[in-house]
Design a protein around this ligand. Structure first.
Ligand code: FMN
Length: 406
């Protein structure tokens, strides 16, 4: 979340469903109001079991809406008016039940009727037990809602109130806030109708079923680029290695583990107008990871691990041919001789542009919120100042759109 972000004058209609994570929505209300947004809340009957109307009303400074058949409100068609007078609808926690109703178009209480009656953007922040999230019915409902254009933030991995671990935890209020800010941002649609593939995060190269080689990439820069491309109107496929950050709003996400899987996912996602290889793909992996855990045998010493070269995704995508995107952008993460290495990489891979960043110790770039990048093409070299990764992403997208237009 960028510091100093303002939501001045924005009107948020927050639907609070019946999950333990409802308590986080109280914090979300506070943070929204701190940034100048006004918040009206619809509390479902189940939501009321977790947070009280009194807390919600005190925090929003507005009456809480609970009942579809409320005589005073429905003389003015309250369910329509609530949606009409909002800039954005946010459902947090979005329970399995609310997702199912929204996906099926069921309208049997105030929350679900508003979701069916609205023409505003809707941001869902799901929260549920990992088995509920993984259930084929929920998977189907989420896919349907994404297809219908609803936005999602989270869920993230973590320990849940039910004591289980996995995806299903509602995103933290600050993450939801960042997605709200993103959803509300007026964007120039410089990539409207374009197809963009972004790779992000590290890859994990398994040694055996319990060990792997990885790197420190967090996926923050790649995910921010995918989000910025989506906000600019592109159809975005994000192919991501294992990361612990939330999916960006409005993009199709393909999760992979190894470099080989990443290459296969990228190929399956082609054709595209732009390919942006921001992932920190492992250069080497293992031909055949051990089938069982490698045991520490007494007296036999450490095992010898023989690495083999991984496929070169950037070089493969850059190769001339029908499926080559019009613009292929690679990233170079270096700890020294940044510009020289980036120039060599540009020539070796055959891509159109390299975004080079210094990831040396002490820079805080890998895993951190900020980045200093250099843009290297065959006829240009440009150094950008230290910027928030979100800002780097937005500026890159503007630049790529310009290059595509030439
Ligand atoms: C203690 C408790 C915790 C619950 N937590 C969740 C949850 O996190 N996510 C969820 O989808 N359902 C959860 N449920 C089930 C929902 O409350 C139930 O499906 C309810 O009908 C959802 O109503 P809604 O559509 O108003 O959200 C929980 C139920 C209980 C009793």
């Amino acid at each position: 979340m960028e510091q100093g972000v303002t939501l001045e004058g924005k009107r948020i209609l927050l639907i609070i469903g019946g999950g333990i994570a409802a308590y986080k929505s109280l914090d979300l209300i506070r943070r929204l109001r701190e940034r100048g947004a006004s918040v009206r809340v619809v509390l479902t009957a189940a939501g009321k079991q977790f947070v009280t109307p009194l807390s919600v009303a005190s925090l929003t400074g507005n009456p809480v809406h609970e009942d579809l058949f409320c005589l005073t409100e429905e003389t003015e068609m309250g369910h329509i008016e609530l949606s009409r007078s909002a800039d954005l609808l946010v459902v947090a926690p979005a329970t399995a039940d609310l997702l199912a109703k929204a996906a099926a178009g069921i309208a049997n209480d105030l929350a679900s009727t508003i979701l069916l009656a609205t023409d505003k953007k809707v941001l869902m922040a799901p929260a549920m037990n990992v088995r509920m999230w993984d259930h084929p019915a929920t998977v189907r409902n989420v896919a349907q809602l994404r297809e219908d254009g609803l936005l999602f933030v989270g869920p993230s991995d973590g320990e849940m109130a039910c004591g289980e671990y996995g995806p299903g935890r509602m995103s933290e209020p600050m993450e939801i806030l960042a997605s709200i800010a993103g959803a509300l941002q007026p964007t120039s649609q410089v990539l409207a109708g374009r197809r963009v593939i972004v790779t992000s995060g590290p890859t994990h190269e398994p040694i055996d079923p319990v060990r792997y080689i990885a790197n420190r990439s967090s996926g923050r820069q790649g995910h921010a680029i995918a989000a910025a491309a989506a906000q600019a109107g592109a159809h975005v496929t994000l192919v991501t290695g294992p990361v612990s950050i939330s999916d960006p709003v409005g993009v199709s996400v393909v999760r992979v583990e190894t470099a080989k899987e990443m290459l296969a996912a990228v190929k399956a996602s082609l054709p595209a107008d732009i390919f942006i290889g921001a992932a920190a793909v492992a250069d080497w992996g293992f031909e055949k990871p051990a089938a069982g855990k490698i045991k520490k045998e007494k007296g036999s010493g450490p095992p010898t691990l023989a690495l083999v070269e991984n496929p070169d995704i950037l070089a493969e995508v850059s190769r001339p041919g029908e499926s080559r995107p019009a613009l292929v952008v690679g990233f170079a993460a270096e700890t020294g001789n940044l510009i020289d290495h980036a120039r060599t990489k540009l020539q070796r891979k055959g891509c159109d542009l390299i975004v080079a960043n210094d990831v040396g110790p002490g820079t805080g770039v890998m895993g951190g919120p900020k980045n200093t990048v250099h843009l290297i093409s065959s006829d240009q070299q440009e150094a950008w100042p230290l910027l928030d990764k979100g800002e780097v992403a937005r500026r890159l997208i503007q630049r790529f759109a310009g290059m595509l237009g030439k």
